[in-house]
Design a protein around this ligand. Structure first.
Ligand SMILES: [Zn+2]
Length: 473
């Protein structure tokens, strides 16, 4: 409903022959109810689930049989915040997502042509997830990420960019440097043209205003701690003055660093609950990307460099995962790092409060950012969501049924049910008992294509080998 073109996009490729796959005697995890149904046989024809039946129907001749005994079948996972559909990272990351059971993504910074090219590649046999929808990044001037961003310096430019996305299937990813008037113009035009907008709450805008204007998702809790501060109005006023000054964003950067102590000291749970109620009322969804909030708070911790999953990351990317060289972090002092850890503790407390107030959350990782590992980090994110109070079933929903709802695609995605697309993950242990069991992957089925243990191992080995080679070889 929200993203109209989705079905055209999801229809995508079907495997060449309508292969039949039968998973028998399996425990199917009902993510909606948070329960398990045992002794079922799931039959897949081509890229669709044909039936989910009790007992043991005969296996058709030529079908692939997978023994489901003692195993748990869940819908394919979604990572709702990646930067993966790019000429730089796509070939490194996309197969790894599938190997880790991530069969769908929302890309938060790409272009229509890049997504179309990726879908063509998958249709032709490349291994990768479905791209449910994608955002085109729209920032103010100068844009944080440079020339790949679209830039809206004023309301007219914002409006023109929204219009240019009509009919493309993409949405507007609003970014941190949009000024207030331009942000409002984008929101109004998005509503008028039926094009969603989602992303960061800009630094000159309050989270409550973004919610009221219909921002669909708020990433990384942008402006939320500010919204939970009793000094929000004062701080926003200061930010707008700094932005209006000659040094603009430079002066705002200095200001933000200098007031983090004050921001943390002025946190007010009552204000936070009021903000949560506003999110819940407006239907604003949080994509907290706790994995990246954590890695950025702990980036100065040298033990991160011992993570064995670094072998999957090409040198040209991980060399940038260094707080001493990354332009966003290199000015930070030891005291700043200490404060950032305090900030992270507060973020977790705020998330707990938002969840208690009924604010919806989607699982996302911010893949391509420091110490985010393709697919692996989505499993981490689910554990972190349980850490802020979600039940394992709720965490699982945030990566399955809730993304399907968000995409308006519950008739084809989000649960294990007849007629739905065959995006499935077979686990050796029950994720409702311990969410960490999402790592116990036996087999992944992506759009009907089966990746068993050997196929998954090959994806992992190939990815490590590729990451070790210089780019372009
Ligand atoms: Zn991101």
């Amino acid at each position: 409903m929200r993203i109209l073109l989705l079905f055209l996009l999801l229809a995508g490729a079907t495997p060449a022959a309508a292969q039949i796959v039968v998973i028998d005697n399996v425990n199917v995890v009902d993510v909606d109810r948070g329960s398990v149904r045992s002794g079922l046989t799931v039959t897949i024809e081509g890229n669709r689930i044909a039936s989910v039946a009790r007992g043991k129907p005969p296996v058709p001749v030529g079908a692939v049989r997978i023994d489901g005994s003692g195993r748990y079948l869940i819908p394919g996972l979604w990572d709702m915040h990646v930067h993966a559909v790019t000429p730089w990272f796509g070939d490194y990351f996309l197969p790894l997502l599938v190997a880790n059971g991530v069969t769908g993504v929302r890309d938060m910074f790409t272009t229509g042509p890049a997504v179309a090219e990726w879908r063509r590649k998958v249709a032709a046999g490349a291994i990768g997830p479905r791209v449910g929808t994608y955002g085109v990044l729209v920032d103010g001037y100068p844009p944080i990420w440079g020339p790949q961003s679209m830039v809206a310096r004023n309301p007219e430019e914002g409006q023109r960019i929204v219009d240019s996305l009509a009919g493309t299937g993409g949405f507007v990813k609003v970014y941190s440097r949009l000024d207030s008037a331009t942000f409002v113009a984008i929101a109004v035009e998005s509503k008028a043209k039926g094009i969603p907008f989602a992303g960061h709450v800009p630094q000159l805008v309050s989270a409550a205003q973004a919610a009221d204007l219909g921002q669909l998702t708020v990433e990384h809790l942008t402006q939320v701690l500010l919204g939970c501060s009793s000094r929000e109005a004062e701080y926003l006023g200061q930010a707008r003055s700094a932005w209006a000054s000659a040094k603009k964003w430079d002066s705002l950067g200095v200001l933000s660093r200098g007031r983090l102590r004050g921001l943390l000291d002025s946190q007010d749970d009552a204000r936070c609950r009021a903000l949560a109620a506003r999110f819940a009322k407006a239907g604003t969804v949080m994509v907290p990307t706790i994995t990246v909030l954590r890695s950025i708070a702990y980036l100065d911790d040298s033990t991160l460099a011992a993570d064995e999953r670094l072998k999957y990351i090409p040198a040209f990317l991980k060399s940038g995962w260094n707080p001493k060289t990354d332009f966003r972090f290199k000015m930070l002092t030891p005291d700043d790092w200490k404060l950032r850890k305090e900030q992270h503790a507060r973020e977790l407390a705020v998330l707990r409060l938002l969840h208690q107030a009924g604010v919806k959350m989607l699982a996302g990782t911010d893949l391509a950012n420091p110490y985010i590992f393709p697919g692996f980090s989505l499993h981490d994110e689910l554990e972190l969501l349980v850490g802020i109070g979600l039940t394992p079933a709720e965490a699982l929903r945030s990566a399955t049924l809730e993304p399907a709802r968000f995409l308006g695609a519950t008739d084809s995605l989000g649960t294990v049910a007849p007629g739905k697309l065959a995006d499935l993950v077979l686990l050796s242990a029950n994720p409702l008992a311990d969410i960490g069991n999402v790592r116990s992957i036996v087999t992944v089925i992506a759009n009907g294509r089966v990746f068993d243990g050997a196929a998954r191992r090959k994806i992992l080995d190939d990815a490590a080998a590729r990451a070790a080679r210089p780019p372009g070889r």
